[in-house]
Design a protein around this ligand. Sequence first.
Ligand code: SF4
Length: 308
Amino acid sequence: MIKEIHIARHHGFCMGVKRAINIAQETAEKTEGKVTILNEIVHNEAVVERFRSQGVGQAFSVEEVEGGTLIISAHGIAPDVIRRAEAKGLNVVDATCPLVTVIYDIIKKVVPQGYYIIHYGDRNHDETEGVVGYAPDKITVVSSPDELPSLPAWTDRKLGLTVQTTSEMAKAEEFKKAAQEKWPHIEIFDTICNATNKRQSAILSLAPHMDMMLVVGSKSSANSTRLAKISNELCGRGYLINSADDVHEEWFSEHPEIEKIGLSAGASTPDFLVEAVVQKLVEFSGGTAQVILPEKKQRIRNVAKSAG
Ligand code: SF4
């Protein structure tokens, strides 16, 4: 029976996501003519749907967009895509997160100095595609240390390592060590973002003490899926859920030993989705579960009344 619901100290919207949503919202409200978002403004279905319902278009390539304003998502985009959009006469509004731009700036600085870049990241993620676009001939994307043996020693090359902003910290550390063993001369640029760091650290301290961990976020969100994966490794029952609809009463009626539930959310998950999950868990407990908030660990708030 659910007795405690512990909210992770750091969860939900990060600076880059809030900023991108605000830029897109303001653009949608103040711009005349058609407004289109390239890809997903952030990787969350509820947020994407909100813009769709306001009449904002969505496209997956510049070629699909007939005219008007094109918003670049928080994950960024290759510079060539922006050039093509501008050449078509589109008004480009860039909502790329400044912490993704940090990677672009490193590449723009060191590649002209003769560096080649090893970029550790997910090959098909929007962010990786954007990063590669800044120096397609000088960047090699690597997703795992297992791929290193097949790469050359490159003793004659200046090498730099950049890391996808939302990488799993432990895996990225493992990769950095393996890369330094293979290329002792490689220069490390630590580009995991602070929001990722904080959200993963909060899971590391919470999950080992929980009977179940729930992470609210979309499957398309790299940082949410990583939080769920780490949660599962640490507590044995870690699940990624899209919304409260994915939380089922049988989980708890069939497993009365589940008493403490940890709750987190990816950097692109709105608060209202997390609040709905809390309400549902409290309902499943018969209104008796206590919600333990991250701000003041000792303060326990009984939300039975607010759950109605
Ligand atoms: S997760 Fe990090 S890089 Fe991505 S939008 Fe948020 S702050 Fe920016």
